[in-house]
Ligand binder design. Structure first.
Ligand code: NAP
Length: 476
């Protein structure tokens, strides 16, 4: 068992649950109540974790064993789904219904990773395609890249950890994981499931503590061959700059645009966008943020959209019927409020929200923000979206492309030609048609271009990143 008590969580280091004598409190973002305590690790524990991971990889685990462990974790997540959802909800302030979806998705991530563990393979090289290769036989094998350092954010504390540690195991890599300080309990819960599923010591090590201290060890230690980071842009790009000889895979933010064309199904579109602009109070990297609506259907869309936003239930994330809970911290809430104020001062209209309900920020819709307002240019990461009419598709495409981000974007239209043009023109890692760009299925390739990142996750893609291709040439 992982816990010293239900309340205290030790770190996982070389297969041992480690207490360090110092504790970090985990508190509810909703009401500040204590959720648990986690042993605090630092540079020393991080170095020992890399030692343990490197040692573990000296005895590779065969693919079938890796797959069996991954399948067992998926099953355990299913058996303990309610407990997992309650941990996610409590520490992240995520409404329970969204937390339950996250748990189901983490099961899917493990299931897909298990498939990769069983099917990981290289390819045949047609050696006799050139004169030089005649009389030879060539193929590639995929070998684990080495120890993986993983750093994860608070907003999907279970499934985004799963997206790092499950593919790493599928690829045959041992991991040193540093989850977000605000949400370490979901990661440690997952680590417990992996240990219970038969993962030998050292293959997964989880440290909670000062980000820069642990991050520095991952950057400096040459045995860490890949850093997989999900979080904010400035932290991610800095890590990459500091580790030029490692693979540093970044999954970063977005200011997600959606185009609503004149031929779209207005009611269906309004329903999807109201749900996906405010789920988890907008704290998803692909939360709908900038909605561009063709001028001919602008009023109809607004009339359909606003009542759906106002019907969302704001409140305690532990209640089964809550749609919108708190932001992760008061300072984040105040930042989002100040961005709404800035837009208002710049001439925008607040159509709904823009104020607190108790301590929670109400779902907010801002009409026509100035082009240089934060809400038009930067990632809001809060329960707020903008509405703006446009004249032509070209204008809407240019507006959508007009920020430094490029993770996912969406378009609602019944015209195949329009959808195809959008898919070709939008500079994003993923385009959704007649679906909110907040959509993600865990087997998809997922990741961004421009400032939004430099890689793709989804087990099949992550496993490719976490392995090297090795060529074997045989003289016949
Ligand atoms: P964050 O502040 O960048 O933190 C992410 C992780 O980085 C945390 O574990 C944090 O640790 C750690 N960290 C902070 N400073 C570090 C340093 N100097 N060295 C090493 N690690 C460091 O991001 P967040 O607020 O948790 O997450 C929100 C952001 O993540 C948003 O921008 C969102 O769009 C993005 N995101 C992207 C995706 C995607 O797949 N593209 C998915 C989800 C979220 P501490 O918690 O200890 O500070």
């Amino acid at each position: 068992m992982a816990t010293t008590t239900a309340f205290d969580r030790a770190l996982l280091l070389n297969g041992e649950w480690l207490e360090t004598g110092e504790w970090l409190d985990v508190r509810s973002p909703y009401d500040g109540s204590p959720i648990g305590r986690v042993a605090r690790g630092g540079a020393d524990e991080a170095r020992r974790a890399v030692d343990a991971a490197a040692r573990a990889m000296e005895e590779p685990l065969p693919g079938h064993k890796r797959a069996e462990i991954l399948v067992r974790v998926a099953a355990a997540l299913g058996n303990r789904a309610d407990e997992a959802a309650r941990i996610v909800s409590a520490e992240a302030g995520k409404p329970l219904k969204a937390a339950r979806i996250e748990v189901a998705r983490a099961m899917s991530t493990y299931t897909m990773a298990a498939v990769q563990a069983r099917t990981l393979t290289g390819e045949m090289i047609p050696m006799d395609a050139s004169q030089a290769g005649e009389g030879k036989f060539g193929f590639t094998v995929r070998v684990p890249i080495g120890v993986v350092g993983a750093i994860s954010p608070f907003n999907f504390p279970l499934n985004l950890v799963a997206h790092k540690i499950a593919p790493a195991l599928a690829a045959g890599c041992a991991v040193v994981l540093k989850p977000a300080s605000q949400t370490p309990l979901s990661a440690l819960f997952l680590a417990e499931l992996e240990a219970d599923a038969g993962l030998p010591p050292g293959w997964l090590n989880v440290l909670v503590g000062p980000a820069s201290e642990i991050g520095d060890v991952l950057v400096d230690d040459e045995r860490v061959k890949l850093i997989t980071f999900t979080g904010s842009g400035p932290v991610g790009w800095k890590l990459r700059e500091r580790a030029p000889r490692k693979r540093v895979n970044l999954e970063l933010g977005n200011a997600t645009p959606v185009i609503v064309e004149s031929d779209a199904d207005i009611d269906a579109t309004a329903t999807k966008l109201a749900a996906n602009a405010f789920s988890f109070a907008g704290q998803s990297c692909i939360s709908v943020q900038r909605i561009y609506v063709h001028h001919s259907v602008y009023d109809a869309f607004k009339a359909a959209f606003l009542p759906r936003v106002e019907a969302l239930k704001v409140g305690d994330p532990g209640d089964e019927d809550t749609d919108v809970g708190p932001l992760i911290s008061e300072s984040e809430r105040d930042r989002v409020l100040s961005w709404i104020e800035q837009a208002r001062d710049g001439g925008a209209t607040i159509l709904t929200g823009g104020e607190l309900e108790g301590t929670l920020l109400k779902p907010t819709v801002v009409e026509r923000p100035a082009p240089d307002a934060h809400l038009s240019c930067d990632e809001a990461f809060g329960p707020v979206c903008t509405l703006q009419p446009y004249e032509s598709l070209d204008e809407a495409l240019a507006l959508s492309n007009g920020t430094r981000y490029g993770l996912q974007a969406g378009i609602f239209t019944t015209s195949l030609a329009t959808a195809a043009k959008a898919a070709q023109t939008l500079e994003f890692g993923g385009i959704t048609v007649n679906e909110a760009p907040t959509f993600r299925a865990d087997q998809m390739p997922y990741g961004g271009v421009k400032d939004s990142g430099n890689t793709r996750e989804g087990p099949a893609w992550a496993v490719r990143e976490m392995t090297e291709e090795r060529l074997v040439v045989v003289q016949l």
